[in-house]
Design a protein around this ligand. Sequence first.
Ligand code: PAF
Length: 282
Amino acid sequence: MNVLKTCEDLRKYVEAHSVAGNTIGFVPTMGALHNGHLSLLTRSVKENDVSIVSVFVNPIQFNNKEDLRMYPRTLDKDITLLESAGCNAVFVPEVAEMYPEGEIVAEKYDFGSLETVMEAKFRPGHFNGVAVVVKRLFDIAKPTRAYFGLKDFQQLAIIKSLVNQYDIPVEIVSCEIVREEDGLAMSSRNVRLKADERKQAARISHTLFDAVQYVNKKSVDEVRKFVINAINSVPLLSVEYFDLVDAATLQSIDKWDDAESVVGCIAVNVGEVRLIDAVLFL
Ligand code: PAF
């Protein structure tokens, strides 16, 4: 596996494969890899001639300095995992490589109503930071396909919008959430949970799965309240937001027939760790 450190290294690597007519699968990550990431890579390996993974903890998408400082960094382990999962190249730039101008960047993206709700409300500037790095990565890696997990449901919508707005010739592939045995959605942040927090965190997905049973039996508002109250009643869990939204627009629904497809998106603080999850309701 090639370890590429500079944008120029990546550019040259991609150029050689484009000339050879190879398709390129790309999995952008912030490292601390788990089986969720590896499932994206496995799919990329199946569907493309060459698979590239980026490992870059993107400082400009963190609106909380402590969260950035505490974000797990396990590069040596990540490289070993990627190699054994069939990755062809890993791109591991330094911050100055991605942001030669410094961390105050000029790009300002507009995602309309997609960036007025949920994560965007609670993490101002987060999606602009995601869009900046993803656009810069796409511009260099020129992937045929790029793979993202459905856990970050709003991020996926933002990236699809970015690709549409800028006519980026890449297929965005959405991949199912990979869960731990007890149902907790895999996340790089899970390693920061203390033992009791880890145990209680499983109640997030359990509650969401229970709530799915109430579709068309209880009102949307009753289901919202059920989820929030059930999770808040677990001692170490505190819901930041939970919403039932139209999967296409991410806007809140009032009635079950307001949208063809409905997703429940949640952010929960578990001690000092913030976790998100997303479950299809309809
Ligand atoms: O989902 C993530 O890990 C990050 O937001 C991404 C897409 C790699 C951009 O930094």
